[in-house]
Write a protein that binds this ligand. Structure first.
Ligand code: SF4
Ligand code: SF4
Ligand code: FES
Length: 254
């Protein structure tokens, strides 16, 4: 378990931890946009940059690295708030504000770093996608990969293949839920769900009638986990009721 220093605070973390984990363990906040616990780090937004020096480097030699995907090592020194780190984050946010000038999340972060307006030419046709890649990574993570990043420059966006309803999408909404700017539209009701232009029928709990999951999602999870489809069709409320009945029986036995 390596021990390192973050902003002068000594901290010991697991050997597979990242510099971001070490900073959090030391109680030091590092801003992130494209990181999400449980998903492989990508290092795309570069907001989490920190200064890092290895134990065997000269005292004044530091390298700028992204904290969310950089491994820890024994004796490292990490500084999260040096002048050049603050300046690097300002540039990142200035560029993001040029891409997404009307997006509240980016406006807030930019303001925290003293930027009211971008110094670059703003996107002439902005939307709220900050290209953090969380949606595509979560979709890959669940084994579907129905969406991806397409085009370049201002035109870069997240979309299904050929901008058509994606055949592989299972309608789980994970991409929309994880999106930090809530920019993936969807509709969901007790009967139907629609996302990325694809419509899904909802499976309903046979006892309570509640919409639980799309048929495609239940099939996907059942196939991957070996758990019967009926488990995924059952609402949390029904599961809790069954559990309560089981406990009731256990008490009677006692
Ligand atoms: S709703 Fe479709 S595109 Fe979004 S994460 Fe689920 S499978 Fe992927
Ligand atoms: S749609 Fe949302 S989650 Fe996906 S890249 Fe854009 S901002 Fe990130
Ligand atoms: S949070 Fe580390 S690069 Fe985005």
């Amino acid at each position: 378990m390596p021990t390192l220093k973050v902003n002068g605070r000594r901290v010991t973390v697991d050997s597979d931890a990242t510099l971001l984990d070490a900073a959090r363990a030391a109680g030091v906040e590092v801003p992130t946009l494209c990181q999400f616990d449980g998903l492989e780090p990508w290092g795309g937004c570069r907001l989490c940059v920190v200064d890092m020096s290895q134990a065997n480097w000269d005292d004044d030699w530091f390298k700028v690295v992204t904290a969310c995907n950089h491994p820890v090592d024994e004796g490292m020194t990490v500084i999260t708030d040096s002048d050049r780190i603050i300046e690097t984050r300002r540039v990142v946010l200035d560029l993001l504000l040029a891409r997404c000038p009307d997006t509240p999340l980016i406006q807030q972060w930019a303001l925290e770093y003293g930027i009211e307006q971008t110094s670059y030419t703003p996107n002439p046709d902005p939307d709220d996608c900050i290209l953090c890649g969380l949606c595509t990574r979560v979709c890959d993570h669940i084994g579907v990969s129905a969406i991806s990043s397409i085009n370049r420059g201002w035109g870069r966006e997240i979309a299904p293949p050929f901008n058509q309803p994606p055949p592989d999408c299972i309608g789980c909404l994970a991409c929309a839920e994880i999106c930090p700017t809530d920019c993936i539209p969807f509709e969901t009701s007790n009967v139907r769900r629609k996302i990325w232009g694809k419509e899904f029928e909802m499976l309903r709990d046979p006892k309570t009638g509640e919409a639980v999951i799309t048929k495609e999602q239940a099939e996907h999870f059942a196939e991957r986990s070996g758990v019967p489809m009926t488990y995924f069709e059952t609402s949390d409320r029904s599961k809790r009721r069954e559990m309560a009945k089981t406990f009731e029986k256990l008490q009677v036995v006692k």
